[in-house]
Design a protein around this ligand. Sequence first.
Ligand code: AMP
Ligand code: GLY
Length: 425
Amino acid sequence: MKILVIGQGGREHTLVWKLAQSQLVEKIYCAPGNAGIAQIAESIPMPDRFTDLADWAASENIALTVVGPEAPLVEGIVDVFRERGLKAFGPDKRAARLEASKDFAKQLMVQNDIPTAKHQTFTDVEAAMAYIEDYNAPVFVKANGLAAGKGVIPGRTFKEALQAVTTILVDKAFGDAGDSVVIEEELIGEEASFTVLTDGTYCLPFVTSQDHKMSHDGDTGKNTGGMGAYSPAPVITPELHNDVMQRIVYPTVNGMADIGRPFKGVLYVGLMITDAGPKVVEFNCRFGDPEAQVLFPRLKSDLAPLLIACIDETLEQYAADVQWHDAAAACVVMASGGYPDPYETGEVITGLEDADAIEGVTVFHAGTKQDGANIVTAGGRVLGVTAVAGGLHDAIQQAYQGVSAIHFDKAHARSDIGYRALEKL
Ligand code: AMP
Ligand code: GLY
């Protein structure tokens, strides 16, 4: 079969890499892709209109379209493909609301007794400020809509919280995404990412993973899309795993079905493991990035039939046969100096082949592009240097060997990816 993958980041390179190993897959296209993806798939431009892409997919007999990022899902790309009779993996527009609106997600959780931080939603500045004053404890202030992972501002002090409300509701730093603001209590604990495939009824959990969102060592600096990840995440014990499935995952998927918004695709649950048990920090409607880079290398089974089974509502038939490598994986992101603030692009990258030659190492591209004979930087997160080994310690060490082999001007990587997990081993 022919497959189309949509997106251009490290997650999409990993998806293409994994799907290319499938016996069922004869050709992969990627819109728009990056320099690494172009080595294994044919890049096509991403048209402005989903209908144009669907027309192209129909004319090319694309059997499966896999949507990587949240934005096209939230804008309804799956609906457009489905209307054409094409299979596209991911939630439709109504179901993607789970990520598109934090207030919607909160209401779903409240209605279904899903553990999460206490919250209130405001459109009015004065009312939001009065609530913060009254609440008198650290909060998180969040733009309600999609803000590319940047719309969450900690308000650890009263002043910080007020400033965050002003930034979102008055200064409109995140545009329409900040038409309303969700203010929630600060949750204390360790974070973990929980990834589930679902066909709207049956839920298939992936192995566990954990990312590092902050830009600098010791989880300091600024919030980013993710500076590295590892799998498994030892913080998720088997008991916790069960708890998350029963108290969070199934109530969410069932709750969406109950309100006529059946959710098919990836449910990514950002968790905080608190003293009172796991609580939901956020839902995403797509694979995590860079979590995907440590999940797919551990998946032994063919991914293509699993994604199709989510669309066809036959996931349960496949679930028992899904196999994982009994190994650990680590991914270290190499970013452009300055990211997540403004950074330069166009820096020549060297050493990619040397890194790929290291045992267990695969370099997934994010912001890269081909420039004549060179591969150059073209984004904030540039590469996800990933290693698979018998244990987490070795996987992390090998990923860092890969990082040492690669050079570009002003490259920045954290030096402590996986430190929390290593403390637990
Ligand atoms: P989000 O985009 O909602 O995942 O938030 C980004 C990051 O902010 C999360 O990964 C957490 O590290 C942090 N965060 C968000 N909400 C809370 C909360 N209620 N308590 C503690 N940390 C939070
Ligand atoms: N790594 C976090 C995310 O994909 O949202």
